[in-house]
Ligand binder design. Structure first.
Ligand code: ADP
Ligand code: MG
Length: 691
């Protein structure tokens, strides 16, 4: 039997050029792809549910006799069909219907319907059910398996996808779909056979536990998740190997510049900064590219560590690029690095997407002619940016960048031969196992010590009905010479609404706090305006800064010691932790008020409770993981970090250590299995293992 990976979809009955095009859109080119295109969820059409036992929210097949069909007027005209099966009555509601349809739903008609049951004005209702009239004698069978619902695209129906998977399943056998997990490994990690898992997930039997499937706890899902995570791990390891195989500029450990820098700095590096600095210094002195991730909690002093790394490259006469995910953060770095490097006689260049025209041309020229330090946003990695002698790339807050972006960097090296070293800094506390998987291509250093003199932020939860008290508290703090942030959180994923809300809050607070200087900063303002506001806040000219979460990363004003966060329940814990890290940077006791909108859900209460109890980012991450369990902690949706078909990094976190071990074994003992696995899972635009 031919391998299904080698059989194009056009080999299936009824798949012509037009259909092939649609299938390509969802990544289906061959029969293996069809089999790995797994259902998102299932419907149970295997049994007929008595109307009397229906519950709202249930998707169900019901059968009964039409007892009446009327036009209901209400807000919108609709056809209301009453259906009775002897156990109860249900209404079918149609907002769109033809006359013929109405005729076909006459009193006395016997119907089988499928749809979601909801409470309506006439009791339980199904809106626009799928239905068919049953003619007395012939029995129509119910489905034998759960009905799969596949991810799809326009013009590709579920029915069509079901047919295709049916045809592909008919050809599924041990030879047509090789199992690349060697038996030894399958046994060791108790993973069932691949073909069986695939078959099960496409057509779960009628007695399958639909909830277990929905939660991804079935063995067949584990089997595939394992393979997918394994493949991901392998691809990262390949990526790492391919980077390591390149040459990097060897940068001798520096002495002159660091000594001057340290002299001007005004503080002594922490033990952790020294240790991590030494790890980096060692890597940079090698002739293979460094790939290092520095994880350090908010405020642990990552920027200074980055500066030491930069000096090593600069002293050797090379260029350094520092990239940050947002303009505001990049600007902050630009200011810091200018302050630090100019006294050492080193020029700092600036490039961001918003820089246009002459200024942009000048910046590009400056970079191409060898400005030693270049700071900017991802604009730095556009094709038109040519570096002169780039030896080190520093990326701040890596969680916002994908592997793809990391890849683009390598092409910016000194010349085609030399690949720059990479230093990635993140404050996102990621539990260890997750970090191992998400950053398998990187070495990790941890900054586990805060600079001395920090006081932990005292966090309290206050309901927004006590807003006036909180405003008074802000007044008192500001009158005592301290500064405060008032943070407005995201409204329904809309930046525009959020900025508007921030504007309103700003006006209200400015009015309520007459006599205090109140500023506003949000993402819709021009960079120059933002910079001016930040500057005024830094200088102390503004006492209260009303902000959206644009201040989440990097903003550093040690005199700010009070933060109010409105509707903290809207944010993830990691984000709250980041925000809160903006205070507690000076020696004054700092406070954070979580001004929530009651009632809080049980979960919401627990999560905010964690914020009150601890300031340790790693602990917060672990707890969040515990409480949310299967969830979106890594926020793959927001970050675009990793997209899996079956696996869920959080849900399947417990598989990760085994996945890592298995990937080592596979690489050593079965290297020929690696490419087919990559091909199976990562073919579409994300095969970062091959460069
Ligand atoms: P993050 O790790 O969150 O990026 P930063 O690099 O912004 O932290 O540092 C936070 C603040 O701590 C800055 O004001 C920085 O100057 C200061 N800082 C960093 N290292 C030390 C240190 N060893 N001693 C005292 N202050 C430090
Ligand atoms: Mg930082």
């Amino acid at each position: 039997m031919t391998e299904l990976a080698a059989v194009p979809v056009t080999a299936l009955k009824g798949v012509g050029a037009a259909m092939q095009e649609k299938l390509t859109k969802v990544g289906l080119e061959n029969l293996q792809d069809v089999l790995f295109h797994l259902p998102l969820r299932y419907q149970d059409r295997t049994r007929i549910v008595p109307i009397g036992s229906l519950r709202p929210g249930q998707d169900a097949v019901v059968e009964g006799t039409v007892t009446g069909a009327d036009i209901a007027m209400g807000k919108r005209r609709s056809l209301l069909v009453r259906l009775n099966d002897g156990t109860g009555t249900l209404s079918l509601r149609f907002y769109h219907f033809s006359n013929a349809q109405k005729e076909g739903l006459k009193r006395g008609t016997h119907l089988r319907c499928y749809g979601e049951v909801r409470p309506g004005s006439s009791g339980l209702e199904i809106y626009h059910p799928e239905y068919r009239a049953l003619s007395g004698e012939t029995q129509i069978a119910v489905e034998q398996t759960l009905t799969p619902i596949y991810p799809t695209t326009e013009g590709l129906t579920q029915q069509r996808l079901r047919q295709l998977s049916e045809l592909a399943l008919a050809r599924l056998g041990p030879h047509s779909l090789p199992d690349w997990l060697p038996e030894e490994l399958a046994k060791e990690y108790q993973l069932g056979p691949l073909a069986e898992a695939i078959r099960y997930l496409h057509r779960p039997p009628a007695d399958a536990d639909i909830e277990e499937l929905a939660e991804g706890r079935h063995w067949a899902q584990h089997r595939l998740a394992f393979e997918e995570l394994l493949t991901h791990q392998l691809s990262l390891q390949r990526l790492r190997e391919s980077v390591r195989a390149q040459q990097a500029p060897q940068l001798p450990v520096a002495s002159k510049l660091p000594a001057q820098f340290l002299h001007n700095l005004g503080f002594e590096p922490t033990g952790a900064q020294k240790r991590v600095g030494a790890e980096i210094a060692y890597d940079l002195a090698q002739d293979e590219p460094m790939l290092r991730l520095v994880q350090g909690d908010v405020g642990s002093g990552k920027t200074v560590v980055a500066a030491f790394a930069a000096l090593q490259a600069l002293e050797a006469g090379y260029q350094v690029a520092l990239m940050a995910p947002t303009e505001i953060l990049a600007e902050q770095h630009f200011i810091n690095f200018s302050k630090w490097l100019q006294p050492l006689g080193l020029e700092v260049a600036w490039l961001a997407g918003k820089l246009k025209g002459k200024a942009r041309a000048a910046a590009l020229e400056q970079i191409a002619s060898g400005a030693p330090m270049v700071v900017g946003t991802h604009a730095l990695f556009q094709d038109e940016v040519k570096f002169h002698k780039l030896a080190l790339v520093i990326i701040d807050e890596q969680h916002r960048f994908g592997v793809q972006q990391r890849l683009a960097l390598r092409k910016k090296g000194v010349d085609a031969r030399l690949c720059p070293h990479q230093l990635i800094m993140t404050a996102t506390p990621i539990p260890r196992t997750l970090a191992m998987s998400a950053y398998a291509d990187l070495d990790t250093s941890i900054l586990d010590e805060l600079p001395p003199g920090r006081t932990p932020v005292n966090t309290v939860l206050i309901a927004d009905s006590r807003r006036i008290e909180v405003i008074e508290r802000v007044r008192t703090a500001c009158n005592e010479g301290r500064q405060a942030y008032w943070v407005c959180t995201l409204i329904e994923e809309s930046e525009e609404l959020t900025c508007q809300a921030a504007e309103t809050t700003f006006e209200d607070l400015a009015a309520a706090l007459g006599g205090l200087n109140v500023g506003l900063i949000h993402g819709r303002m021009k960079p120059a305006e933002k910079a001016a506001i930040m500057d005024q806040f830094k200088q102390g000219a503004l006492q209260l800064l009303v902000a959206t979460t644009v201040i989440e990363v990097g903003v550093d004003v040690p005199n700010a010691s009070l933060m109010i966060i409105e509707n903290p329940e809207r944010l993830g814990l990691a984000q709250l932790h980041q925000l809160r890290g903006r205070v507690g940077r000076g020696s004054a006791a700092s406070h954070c008020v979580l001004l929530y909108h009651p009632p809080l859900s049980q979960l919401g209460r627990e999560r905010l409770g964690i914020m009150r109890e601890t300031c340790d980012g790693f602990l917060i991450a672990e707890k969040d993981l515990e409480i949310r369990g299967p969830g979106e902690m890594l926020g793959t949706r927001q970050t675009g970090l990793l997209q899996f078909k079956v696996a869920d990094l959080m849900r399947d976190a417990d598989l990760l250590p085994a996945v890592r071990d298995a990937s080592m074994s596979l690489l050593q003992q079965w290297p020929q299995h690696v490419s087919p696995l990559l091909d199976r899972w990562l073919r579409h635009g994300q095969q970062y293992g091959q460069v």
